[in-house]
Write a protein that binds this ligand. Structure first.
Ligand SMILES: Nc1ncnc2c1ncn2[C@@H]1O[C@H](COP(=O)(O)OP(=O)(O)OP(=O)(O)O)[C@@H](O)[C@H]1O
Ligand SMILES: CC(=O)N[C@H]1[C@@H]2OC[C@@H](O2)[C@@H](O)[C@@H]1O[C@H](C)C(=O)O
Length: 388
C-alpha cells in the first residue's frame, strides 16, 4: 500500500512552518518514502514575535491562548493546502504543531496529582480538529501526549523515523538535528541482531537558539541568524568560557533527556553575555564562542553517553547549513566523517516534516511511534490523536 501524507512542523526556531508532501509505503521500520514536495512558509512577523514571547514565558490569558491557537491552526492548514497545490491529493496530515512549552519529567517526582508530579508536560499549539476541518483531510496531531502520559519525555520523537530511513547495514551512525535545539539519534549497524535495543536518542542542548538570539541582539535586530556562520567564523572562540558553560547540569544529565527554549532561551543567553564581559570579546568572538558551545555540547554528549563513537555523523536541520558550525563539529570529532542527510538522499531541510508524515502513517497503520530508549517511556505507544 502506498499513501500520500503531508507532514507539518514548526520547530523551536519558530522561523516558519516546514511542510513535506510524502509518498510512504511499507510497514514499521521497513518503510520507503519519496519526498514529492517540500517548502517552508514563514510565519507573519507579528505571529512569530507573539510565539517567541510566549515561549520566553510571557503570561497570556485563556482568551489570548485561544486566539493564538486559532492563528497557528489556520497557518498550519494553509501550509497543508499550499504544499499540495497542483499535486495529487494527500489522504492524511501529520501535524506536529508549534511547541510553546516543554517540561521534561521530574526525576524522583512525587504524587501525580500534586504540584510535584513526576510527569512531563508539553504544549503544541495548532489543533488537529481545526486543521482537519479547514483542509478536509484527516489530521493526526498532539504526538507527544501519549508518550508523556506513559512516563516518557515526549521527545525526541524523530529517532525512530531516523532508524527507519537512515540506518545502514554495516555502519553505525549519529543523525544530528540542529534546529533551535539539537537532538541526536544513534543508529547501530542494522546487521547487529539486537540493533533495535541499541538505538539511542536525546536532546543534545542548544542548536541555533542561543546563536539566533545573540545575532538579533548583536545586530540590533537587523539580522535573525548568522548566514553560513560567516560572522562567527570571523571571530575566535573563547575556550575557557566554553569549558565553564559545559559544566552546566544539562550537559551531564544522562539520557533519556529533552529540553527546550525554557532552558536554552533568553535568560540563558543573558547569563552567557554577562560571563563574556570578563573577557571583553568582540561580537564575532561571542558568536564563535556560542557556536563552539553548540558544537562541543554535541560531541561531548556522544563521548559521554554512547557505547562507542559512531562511524559517521549525518547533520540535518537549519544548523547543518552553518558551515562554521559544521567545521567545528568535524574538528572536534576528528576522523569521524561529518556529512548532511542530503548526502545520503534524505532532505536535511525537510526531514522533521517528513518524520511527522511518517509518524502519522504509523498511527494510521497502528504502529507505535516512540522509541522508549530515546524518550524514556517504559513501553512503545501509539502516538497522536486522530481528527477525521
Ligand atoms: N544558511 C544558514 N546558515 C546558518 N544558519 C542557518 C542557515 N539556514 C538556517 N539556519 C539556522 O537554522 C535555523 C532553523 O533551523 P530549523 O528550521 O531546523 O529549526 P527548527 O525546526 O525550528 O528547530 P527544532 O529542530 O529545534 O524543532 C535558523 O533559525 C538558523 O539559525
Ligand atoms: C518539545 C519539542 O518540541 N521538542 C523538539 C525540539 O526541537 C528539537 C528537539 O527539541 C526535539 O526534542 C523536538 O523535536 C523533534 C522534532 C523530535 O521530537 O524529535
Amino acid at each position: 500500500m502506498q499513501m500520500r501524507v503531508i507532514g507539518l512542523i514548526s520547530g523551536t526556531s519558530v522561523d516558519g512552518i516546514d511542510a513535506a508532501l510524502v509518498d510512504i509505503s511499507g510497514t514499521n521500520l521497513d518503510i520507503e518514502i519519496e519526498l514529492v514536495a517540500g517548502a517552508t512558509y514563514p510565519y507573519p512577523t507579528h505571529l512569530r514575535e507573539r510565539i517567541l514571547a510566549v515561549c520566553a514565558g510571557e503570561a497570556l490569558s485563556m482568551a489570548e491562548l485561544a486566539e493564538l491557537d486559532d492563528a497557528i491552526s489556520c497557518a498550519f492548514a494553509q501550509a497543508a493546502k499550499n504544499i499540495q497545490f497542483g499535486q495529487e491529493q494527500a489522504s492524511l496530515i501529520g501535524s506536529h504543531g508549534q511547541t510553546v512549552y516543554h517540561r521534561p519529567p521530574r526525576k524522583g517526582g512525587g504524587e501525580l496529582s500534586t504540584p510535584n508530579s513526576p510527569l512531563g508536560y508539553s504544549i503544541q499549539l495548532g489543533r488537529g480538529a481545526l486543521i482537519a476541518h479547514l483542509t478536509g483531510m484527516t489530521t493526526v496531531s498532539n504526538f507527544r501526549a501519549a508518550d508523556i502520559a506513559a512516563g516518557g519525555q515526549g521527545a525526541p520523537l524523530v529517532p525512530r523515523v531516523d532508524a527507519a530511513l537512515l540506518s545502514d547495514f554495516a555502519e553505525s551512525r549519529c543523525v544530528q538535528n540542529i534546529g533551535g535545539i539539537g537532538n541526536v539519534a544513534y543508529i547501530p549497524p542494522r546487521r547487529d541482531s539486537n540493533w533495535l535495543e541499541k538505538l539511542r536518542g536525546w536532546d543534545t542542548g542548544p542548536g541555533n537558539s542561543l546563536l539566533d538570539l545573540a545575532v538579533e541582539h548583536l545586530s540590533s535586530g537587523t539580522k535573525t541568524y548568522d548566514e553560513n556562520g560567516a560572522w562567527a567564523a570571523s571571530g575566535n572562540p573563547c575556550h575557557p568560557l566554553v569549558e565553564q558553560w559545559l559544566t552546566q547540569d544539562y550537559f551531564h544529565l544522562p539520557p533519556p533527556k529533552s529540553t527546550g527554549r525554557e532552558l536554552f532561551g533568553v535568560s540563558y543567553l543573558q547569563n552567557c553575555l554577562q560571563d563574556a564581559e570578563a573577557y571583553q570579546l568582540s561580537p564575532a568572538d561571542i558568536l564563535a564562542t556560542l557556536t563552539e558551545l553548540t558544537a562541543a555540547s554535541i560531541v561531548h554528549s556522544y563521548r559521554s553517553f554512547l557505547p562507542q563513537m559512531p562511524q559517521r555523523v549525518l547533520l540535518c536541520g537549519g544548523g547543518s547549513r552553518n558551515l562554521y558550525l559544521k567545521s567545528r563539529i568535524q574538528n572536534l570529532l576528528g576522523s569521524v566523517p561529518v556529512m548532511t542527510t542530503d548526502d545520503v538522499g534524505l532532505s536535511a531541510d525537510f526531514k522533521e516534516a517528513i518524520a511527522f508524515a511518517v509518524l502519522a502513517y504509523w498511527r494510521y497503520m497502528g504502529t507505535p511511534g516512540n522509541l522508549p530508549t530515546a524518550t524514556g517511556a517504559p513501553q512503545e505507544v501509539l502516538l497522536g490523536e486522530v481528527s477525521p
